[in-house]
Design a protein around this ligand. Structure first.
Ligand SMILES: *Cc1c(COP(=O)(O)O)cnc(C)c1O
Length: 451
């Protein structure tokens, strides 16, 4: 897979290299880890751990950097639609709204969040293979900017919804380009055997069909081949294929004015450089740039992933046979990526450590599963109980994938913005864990009778 230890050729980057590669992280004079202008230890003291911390300035800077790369490549008509599923917190979405980004949503819930955060409906696109009639009706009623349709069946559903609402709906057809994104199998979406999009050979027929349905305005195509893509070659291949399809559709007399290029640009979880945005924008310009299209991008991970950390405290360290374990108060229910995708995350002390030699240690959470392992054989200095560590690059696919497994309350979250910070999610209360649960009367009465 793309983001595992083999990337580092067996030599993992150390804490200093990881921090040096992340301009939003630094050490203060006392050795404490800072995110932008705020000491992470001070947030941990106030909020407790585990706790997510995101950098608003970092996200804004990344968004600006992406826009600059697109502009520099001459792609003036490129619009960024943040993929909400990477991090759907209202504060993050409000930041995106204020920065003028649109949104890419994949559920009625995400649509609701984006609207609630102030992203105008006209700047929202709705993707996903299983939008229900109710989802589509909600989107159409809200005045959604574009629906990315993934099947012939969905076209018929959308047409019925558009007619019932008396509205014309802009849509693009998501095609499956049968390109290997060379990423983890669980996040590859553009191969012929994946569930996403319309099969390449059916695309022209489906586009023609869409043009015949009442209430629908086919505007163009969409493609999204996967996530955490570290090489530009799969993008070049996919966008090149889409450009051919645009030409063929136009030659058959269809209007094609937009291409939604999806997301998927990867980030380095180690200390390397990651794919260059200039290179990525160059690929867009080379393949789709001269077709006079409005281009759309749906980045998620690239915008927010590096901007967040998960703070955790050491509960204890223990030796079991040959192995040394560092047990944290964060677990797979908070950050599931290591357990789910074998993902590698940098883990660094967030406070000054002694100069003792580093030793390899397995870093684990308290959940009753062996999969609850953040890292194996990671070199760390000796860390005693309560020592604070930061798990890096948790801004995307972190908190959004959290669960309350093992009845562990959802972690707190804070947003840093330069020198200030605010709590954006208090820690979930224990009693909240069962606040949606009801015990049927016959059970509670029986318990009462038996007492
Ligand atoms: C997940 C997803 C994205 C965002 O992917 P990233 O890898 O986070 O950039 C964009 N578009 C669609 C359709 C998606 O499903």
């Amino acid at each position: 897979m793309a983001d595992d230890e083999s990337l580092f050729g067996g030599v993992e980057p150390d804490a200093a290299a990881l921090i040096a590669a992340r301009p939003h992280l630094s050490r203060d004079a006392d050795g404490g880890l800072m995110l932008e202008g705020v000491a992470l230890a001070s947030i941990a003291r106030d909020l407790g751990t585990p706790c997510w911390v995101y950098g608003a300035g970092t996200i804004r800077r990344r968004l600006a950097e992406m826009r600059e790369a697109l502009d520099a490549a001459g792609l003036a008509h490129a619009h960024i639609h943040y993929a909400v599923k990477a991090n759907d917190h209202l504060a993050i979405l409000a930041l995106m709204a204020a920065a003028g980004a649109g949104a890419d949503v994949v559920s009625a819930g995400e649509l609701g969040r984006a609207l609630q955060a102030g992203i105008p409906a006209g700047r929202i696109v709705f993707s996903g293979v299983g939008k229900t009639l109710a989802d589509l009706a909600q989107a159409v009623t809200a005045g959604i900017g574009q629906v990315n349709v993934e099947s012939r069946e969905e076209l018929a559903m959308l047409s019925a919804v558009a007619e019932a609402a008396g509205r014309a709906v802009d849509l693009v057809i998501r095609v499956n380009p049968d390109v290997d994104a060379e990423t983890h199998a669980k996040i590859t979406t553009g191969k012929a055997e994946n569930k996403f999009g319309i099969a390449w050979d059916d695309a022209e027929a489906v586009y023609a069909y869409a043009a015949t349905l009442p209430g629908l305005r086919p505007r163009g195509l969409a493609v999204h081949i996967g996530s955490q893509i570290l090489s530009l070659a799969p993008f070049r291949e996919a966008y090149g294929r889409v450009a051919d399809l645009v030409r063929r559709l136009r030659a058959s007399g269809h209007e094609v004015s937009r291409v939604d290029c999806g997301g998927g640009i990867g980030i380095p979880y180690g200390a390397g450089a990651g794919p260059s945005l200039t290179g990525f924008a160059g690929v867009l310009a080379d393949t789709l740039g001269d077709l006079g299209l409005d281009l759309m991008l749906e980045p998620g991970r690239w915008l927010v992933g590096p901007a967040g950390v998960l703070l955790a405290s050491v509960v204890l360290s223990k030796q079991t046979g040959e192995r040394r374990f560092l047990v944290l108060d964060a677990a797979m229910n908070d950050l599931v990526r290591p357990a789910m995708y074998d993902a590698w995350h940098g883990i660094v002390p967030a406070e000054a450590t002694t100069g003792e030699p580093q030793k390899p240690v397995d870093i684990v959470g308290p959940v009753c599963e062996t999969g609850d392992t953040f890292a194996r054989d990671r070199l760390l200095p000796a860390l005693g109980p309560q020592a604070l560590v930061a798990i890096l690059d948790g801004g995307a696919y972190g908190a959004v994938m959290s669960s309350t497994y093992n009845a562990r309350p959802l972690a707190a979250a804070a947003l840093v913005d330069g020198n200030r910070w605010a709590v954006i999610s208090p820690r979930q209360e224990i009693a909240d864990l069962w606040s949606r649960e009801r015990v049927p009367a016959w059970l509670s009465d029986a318990a009462f009778a038996g007492a």
